[in-house]
Design a protein around this ligand. Sequence first.
Ligand code: FAD
Length: 465
Amino acid sequence: MIISEYCFQNNVLICELLRHRITSDTKEPEIMWDFRTEPEFQVKLDWIDRFVREECEPIDLLFPHLGQPYNTENKAARAIIAPLQEQVKAQGLWACHLGPELGGQGYGQLKLALMNEILGRSMWAPTIFGTAAPDTGNAEILAMFGTDEQKSKYLRPLLDGDIVSCFSMTEPQAGADPKEFVCAARKDGDDWIISGEKWFSSNARYAEFLIVMAVTDPDASPYRRMSMFVVPAETPGIEILRNVCVMPDREELDEGTHAYIRYNDVRVPADAILGGPGQGFEVAQARLGGGRVHHAMRTVGKCQRAFDMMGERVLSRRTQGELLADKQMVQQFIADSWIELQQFRLLVLQTAWIIDNEPHGAARTNIAMCKVAMAKVLHDIIQRAIQIHGSLGVTTETPLYDWWTSVPSLALADGPTEVHKATVAKRVLKNYTPSEGLFPTEHIPTRRAAARERYADILKEYGVA
Ligand SMILES: Cc1cc2nc3c(=O)[nH]c(=O)nc-3n(C[C@H](O)[C@H](O)[C@H](O)COP(=O)(O)OP(=O)(O)OC[C@H]3O[C@@H](n4cnc5c(N)ncnc54)[C@H](O)[C@@H]3O)c2cc1C
């Protein structure tokens, strides 16, 4: 079964959620969310679906290592993808995460979600469509906070797909909590001098420039201590200590793409700062929200592809004279996976809808929910898909191996699951207040006593004890 078959009927997205709220003032129904796909956009989704399956997925097989989509020196890969990128541009589907002023379509997050879930099927597809992380997030913050000069020097070629970039924030002694960062930039005349180490700076080895977060005012409040700098990769003093591998890539094959970097008194001019001094945290927050939800959108597609594999397998493989699909425990795998996938997909679409329609920041809880859910749902569906495929499932002969090994990274990159769970809990709990008395407000004896008191006359009249 393919996405376009199960998702869409008569060009209308079937997962259309309508919820009406009667407001106390007007008694008019207020639509809280409503997402559907216009027929013209469905045509584009159908084109993307076919293109990703037929044109992008084969490239995953030719160049399977995680860093390769970012290696602009891989001439063979570039020769193959360049005409494909032209086709995407000709369809008006290049860099769709961007507004029209930056060369994108300004589709908004909901349409992007529908696109990204198809792109999520293929490792190379985001590069071929100009929407690969971390370049998307870096482009967004350059667009939001960059000077005209920074935009023309870095943003334009990044948007054109001519160069790749790196976001250098995490430090070896501190990742999940930026308040622990120590890599610093000090003023020297008009220049800044950056000193310290960064860990897991993805794609630094291929990047034309790095966006580096550094402490500029150690005594300021935790959210004003840091600034962001745009640093050309050739700047003297940038030392890549190691290109760290994540599973399943291999160190001995030089496949690592997450740089452990030392900044040895790296001198940059005053205008290298992105945003203002002390704005580093704000800039980082601006990029990470979008990045998380885009990963979630793509994860929907990966889950769907794993589910498709399960569906085909259980209808093909026989045991004890019947299909795997006839076994109840296998049916449970199918049902659980489908339910989890649909719940997750709706959460992602709702989040995209909120970003498009509600004030800035309204989707924060939802984004954290997506971040938590994506690693869990992907884990559970792929685990079942592997089990359903038996010994074949644990080989390197299906894509399940790569997807399985990607799960732990998904639960860490852009912040660990636990931190996002804490965000969800704290934000949700803001809607609650402590109970007034000794017992909870739902305490049955207390509520029953109140109900008895309220209807005491009637109860007495009818002799109810
Ligand atoms: C594939 C991948 C790509 C990445 N790319 C980049 C990049 O391009 N640029 C960049 O700067 N960084 C990047 N990172 C780093 C990423 O942002 C960090 O891994 C992440 O922020 C967690 O930091 P850490 O790894 O140091 O874990 P730690 O901060 O050491 O946390 C370890 C564990 O401690 C627990 N923990 C931590 N904090 C809390 C808390 N508040 N509450 C409860 N438990 C907690 C969690 O279990 C967590 O997993 C990438 C990471 C991965 C895996």
